[in-house]
Structure formats: C-alpha cells, structure tokens
Design a binder for this molecule. Structure first.
Ligand SMILES: [Mg+2]
Length: 168
C-alpha cells in the first residue's frame, strides 16, 4: 500500500475483540496491548462493562499479555475502568498524538515492535498507533452512539476500510 493511506490502514480488522487471535499475536512477537476504552471496551455513553469484554481481558492477561488503556476520555471515567479491570490507564490521551502511546510503552516496559494498539477509530487509534510504528488492530465499535465529530470520521473510515478490503 502506497502513500499517506497506509497510515490509516490497520494491520488487522475484526468485528469483535474475541476475534483477535492472541496466539497469532504472540507468534508475531507481540507481548503488550494498548487498548482504547470508549466503544472498544465499553459503549461510549455507559458505565456497563460487557461480561464478554471482561472475560477477554482476563484471558489476555492469563496468556501473559501486559495491557494498558489509552483513552481520550476524562480521568474519572478511565480510572473507573482501569480499577475495575486491574490494568493501568492513561486518560486525556489526545490521540492521534503520540505522547500517550509513548508513556504506555514505558508503563508496559515493552518496545514498539512488541505492542499492538486495539481501538474502534481509524483517526485516533489506528493513525496514532501507525505513526509510532505499532501493530494496529481496528475493531468494530460497540455502540452506534458517539460524538458528532466521531460520526463524521466514520464516513472516511468506510472509505479506508473499502481500501483495506481492496488492497494490493
Ligand atoms: Mg474509541
């Protein structure tokens, strides 16, 4: 894939977190996961952590993955889920800026080629992760409800996913 487009293309696109093959990730040398919060782990406007998501996080931990939440959401919300899942969390991350991803790498104690970014948005999670050279996984959003600006971005995401499906 050529040009600027490749910065917006995820390495992997899945419908749900459970579709991520953790064994395959491990075989690629991935040992840590930077995970988005809103619409990746929890529906955007709720505080309800789906049981299947909690189970998946536990499974990833059991398989030895170090995990860190990196979210643009406010501290109170991130701290709540960070405590609930017993994993570190970074709030007000300003993704796609790279600063918070760098801090997460330090928290995880891992190198760039050992970490995957998992999130539901092309312009924050995928673009931000790709800028730093991380392995990026785009997951279908949990909820249709989201910020207006996010919805606007979805139009371009569809374009990029089309491009992903038709990549050379
Ligand atoms: Mg999100």
């Amino acid at each position: 894939m050529r040009g600027i487009f490749r910065y917006f293309l995820p390495h992997l696109f899945v419908s749900a977190l459970e579709d991520i093959d953790l064994v395959k990730l491990r075989n690629r040398g991935i040992r840590g996961l930077i995970v988005d919060l809103d619409n990746t782990l929890v529906a955007w406007d709720t505080y309800d952590l789906p049981e299947r998501i909690a189970r998946w996080i536990e499974k990833a931990k059991e398989q030895g993955f170090a995990i860190c939440i990196v979210s643009n959401a406010l501290e109170r919300r991130v701290a709540y889920f960070s405590r609930l899942l017993a994993i570190p969390g970074i709030s007000k991350a300003q993704k796609p800026r790279r600063g918070a991803f760098r801090v997460a790498l330090e928290i995880l104690g891992l190198k760039r080629n050992e970490v995957a970014v998992i999130g539901d948005q092309v312009f924050t999670d995928v673009f931000g992760g790709n800028r730093l050279g991380l392995y990026t996984i785009l997951v279908r959003p949990l909820s249709e409800r989201e910020f207006f600006t996010t919805r606007l971005g979805r139009f371009f995401e569809r374009l990029i996913l089309w491009r992903f499906a038709n990549r050379d």
